[in-house]
Design a protein around this ligand. Structure first.
Ligand code: ADP
Length: 471
């Protein structure tokens, strides 16, 4: 647990995800706020311009009337009062410029005297006065000409805002900001929950790994989703299960080796002690028995060495073109005395000659292990059949016997190290329980396959196939 705290302190993974989440939300919220603000500002300005322009158009007649009354832009203070009387606070947003663009009057007095650019002036509403013949301007009714005497504009044309507009905009601004903050907080809260949910399997995984490192077993983690994290959890559970299985196998293997070595060793020690204390006569039979036990120990050690080399993939395989029929016949010849002794009928179905690229020594050992088992487990007067079928890409060898067979529930373990059927366990078979495990490793090392078919009381058939490499 101390280690886990250390890891948590050094790599707060949840905090990293949360930090990323926070940064994304913050950047998103700020970008949204700025875009909304900019869009609102632009659209509002346009709206305000058009709206005040309409309003200004309505005011033009009042200004025109005043001009006509005073024959020019005189008594402007009176005009301001008139505007205020007629339009109230709505009239608090205008600029009156003469034809040269000089501001004569404006709701904002600081503008008076300033000269407006023609581009600004063109956005305003022209004030025309019906003047005398000969004067410049548009032709009006009754032969008189309409002469422009000024321009009326709204302050919005200069990009200015009224107090009302500024208040409205800042209240909208505040509302957007508030909505952003609330949405951000909700998103953060959801983020916290999501991050907790997402990192839970990782925390579990970390805890389980540390527990395994501390030597605890069976650390299975709960899978709650089928996503990538769920798959990692599933892979971890599988790996852990395998680790556990391998550990059990290793322990069994050690226990089995100890057990297998102890039996001949105890016999040897007992016999030697009996000889030393003159309980046994030092006869040829006694020495033969001692020799037999020492041979058995030697076989076991050799089998173990071969098996561990094969399992580690370190067994050298030296393939060469070999006459498989000759190889098989040699093994059969060695077994013939035993077969004869038990009166076992041997049926062989072989082609004349079959040259295959294989390791002759390793294949001889496989054949020996299988045929020795068949002759051992087949009762007297039984039968052993050997069949070889050669196909395009592989050769298949079948060795069947009329022995006791193997129970269906035991078949999956037949090729396990030290496995023996319950019935024969404890019997003095002379075998090491490693023969089939070795045979399997030797066949697999030559890229072949081996399997078994059996039924209790019906006999057993071991089949193996080896690839034929065409040059
Ligand atoms: P062993 O040295 O004990 O024969 P093997 O690995 O060769 O070890 O075989 C493992 C076990 O498989 C045997 O103990 C026996 O129970 C079973 N077995 C192997 N071959 C046969 C067979 N032909 N018929 C019945 N059982 C067999």
């Amino acid at each position: 647990m101390r280690q886990l705290q250390e890891i948590n302190r050094r790599a707060p993974f949840g905090m990293k995800i949360f930090g990323t989440f926070f940064a994304i939300i913050a950047v998103g919220a700020i970008a949204l706020y700025l875009i909304l603000n900019m869009t609102l500002d632009m659209n509002f300005q346009e709206f305000s311009k058009q709206n005040s322009q309409l309003h200004i158009q309505g005011m033009v007649s009042l200004f025109k009337q005043h001009y006509a009354q005073h024959r020019g832009w005189h008594a402007l203070e009176q005009l301001r009062v008139e505007v205020s009387n007629v339009y109230g606070s709505l009239g608090d947003n205008f600029i009156l410029a003469d034809t040269s663009g000089t501001v004569l009057m404006a709701s904002d007095e600081t503008l008076v005297g300033q000269t407006l650019a023609p581009s600004v002036l063109s956005q305003g509403s022209s004030i025309f006065f019906r003047g005398q013949q000969g004067q410049q301007g548009r032709q009006g009714p009754q032969g008189q000409q309409n002469q422009q005497v000024g321009t009326l504009l709204s302050e919005a044309t200069l990009g200015r805002r009224t107090n009302l507009e500024t208040d409205f905009l800042s209240s909208v601004d505040r509302a957007i900001l508030l909505a952003g903050i609330i949405a951000g907080m909700v998103a953060l809260l959801l983020g916290v929950l999501l991050v907790r949910q997402m990192t839970r399997p990782l925390r579990q995984l970390g805890n389980a790994m540390l527990s395994i490192a501390d030597g605890e077993k069976q650390q299975q983690i709960e899978i709650r989703s089928a996503d990538a994290l769920g798959q990692i959890g599933e892979a971890f559970n599988k790996m852990n299960h395998k680790l556990d299985h391998s550990e059990k196998l290793r322990q069994h293997f050690l226990a089995d080796i100890t057990h297998e070595l102890r039996t001949p060793l105890t016999i040897l020690q007992g016999d030697l002690y009996a000889l030393q204390t003159n309980v046994y006569e030092p006869t040829v039979e006694t020495f033969a028995s001692l020799y037999e036990e020492s041979l058995r120990m030697g076989r076991l050690v050799e089998d173990l060495r071969n098996l561990s080399l094969a399992e580690a993939g370190k067994l050298s395989i030296e393939k060469q073109p070999t006459d498989f029929v000759r190889l098989l016949n040699q093994v059969v010849e060695t077994l013939k005395p035993l077969l004869k002794k038990k009166n076992i009928n041997l049926v062989i179905d072989l082609p004349q000659e079959l040259i295959i690229d294989l390791d002759p020594d390793r294949t001889t050992q496989v054949l020996w292990n299988l045929l020795k088992n068949a002759s051992h487990y087949t009762p007297p007067n039984g039968q052993i059949s050997i069949g070889v079928t050669s196909e395009v890409s592989q050769v298949q060898v079948e060795i069947s016997d009329t022995g006791p067979g193997i129970a269906a529930d035991e078949l999956p373990y037949v090729f396990d190290r030290f496995w023996r059927a319950d019935k024969v366990r404890g019997q003095k078979s002379g075998g090491t329980g490693l023969g089939l495990a070795i045979a399997k490793q030797l066949i697999v090392a030559q890229d072949g396959q081996i399997w078994v078919q059996s039924e209790l009381k019906q006999g057993t058939t071991f089949v193996f196939s080896l690839p034929i490499n065409h040059a």
